[in-house]
Design a binder for this molecule. Structure first.
Ligand code: NAP
Length: 278
């Protein structure tokens, strides 16, 4: 297949590139000249002549989205609409990468694909607007929600590793009441590669199995990377000042992918493999 990939230089984009090329012919759509903030993004995607478009590009800085919600909507909401319009013109399916942050975080069990959404921050609202554009414009799409991605340069894992190497006085402070599903970019790329082989369009939750708090995640990173001596102190979300509020409890349940045999391993296994590779 000829696959157009937005955000090819991003964390997931790079993992998808490595996973899909070969066997597929990949066409990258990177910022400059491709800009999701401009309507001519439609023409640029359409001009690729792709058989499938994978849309990973987004304004992913969650606090930045909170500071400029209109820009978040332009890039993540309207930008995704442009990509979907191009898929409509090409008459090809689209893979849209969405997020756990479309959920409110008030649940007590992992969110299933069919659970009602209810974003509570600007990033979540903008990604939800992207989901709506895909649903409104296309009848062939894979709407893939992921969460807590690691495997690239900019991730929670890399931030924690930097802090462990050069700890602040008194140690690290990590939140106990934000819980999610850590997800290894190469694992989700592999799952997407399997998904697009089959015309089972719809909504998917592709995350590594299991859940943890930011605190437990950081502890596992410290343990696996040999930094157990660095103190990590539990704090509450309310004690961590930032511009946006994440959903407190947003692990995702993979039901639709599992029905097709597309299942990701436990996050601890993926994290161990990733840390060993660094
Ligand atoms: N990271 C997570 O924890 C997480 C969790 C859930 C869902 N997601 C979703 O997963 C997808 C991939 O995330 P990621 O972590 O791989 O993202 P990332 O590393 O931040 O990469 C985002 C990509 O989007 C591109 N981009 C940003 N603004 C753009 C614009 N105006 N026009 C065109 N391209 C633009 C960036 O281009 P440059 O390289 O030129 O900056 C970059 O390649 C996103 O849709 C995100 O919402 C991520």
């Amino acid at each position: 297949m000829r696959i157009a990939l937005t955000g090819a230089n991003g964390q997931l984009g790079q993992a998808l590139w490595d996973c899909l090329s070969p066997p597929h012919t990949m066409v990258p759509l990177n910022q400059d000249p491709f800009d999701l903030g401009r309507p001519d993004a439609v023409e640029q995607v359409a001009a690729t002549g792709a058989d499938l478009v994978i849309h990973t590009a987004a304004f992913t800085h969650v606090d930045g989205c909170a500071r400029d919600p209109d820009l978040a909507y332009r890039i993540n909401g309207l930008g995704t609409r442009y990509v979907a319009l191009a898929c409509q013109q090409l008459d090809v399916p689209m893979v849209y990468i969405s997020t756990n942050e479309v959920f409110s975080g008030t649940a007590t069990t992992p969110y299933r694909e069919y659970d009602p959404t209810g974003p509570i921050n600007a990033y979540g609202h903008s990604k939800w607007a992207g989901e709506q554009a895909v649903r409104e414009l296309l009848h062939r799409f894979y709407l893939v929600r992921i969460a807590w991605l690691f495997g690239g340069e900019r991730s929670f894992v890399r931030t924690v590793l930097r802090l462990l190497h050069d700890p602040p006085a008194g140690g690290l402070r990590m939140v106990t009441d934000e819980v999610g599903s850590p997800t290894y970019a190469p694992d989700v790329a592999g799952a997407i590669a399997r998904l697009i082989e089959q015309p089972f369009y719809g909504t998917y939750h592709l995350v590594n199995a299991g859940e943890c708090s930011r605190y437990a995640f950081a502890q596992e990173i410290a343990s696996l990377s040999g930094h157990c001596q660095v103190p990590i102190h539990p704090i509450r979300l309310a004690d961590y000042q930032r511009d946006s509020t994440p959903p407190a409890y947003s692990p995702l349940a993979n039901i639709a992918g599992a029905a097709l045999g597309v299942v990701l391993r436990p996050w601890q296994e993926a994290l161990a493999e990733y840390l060993a590779s660094l």
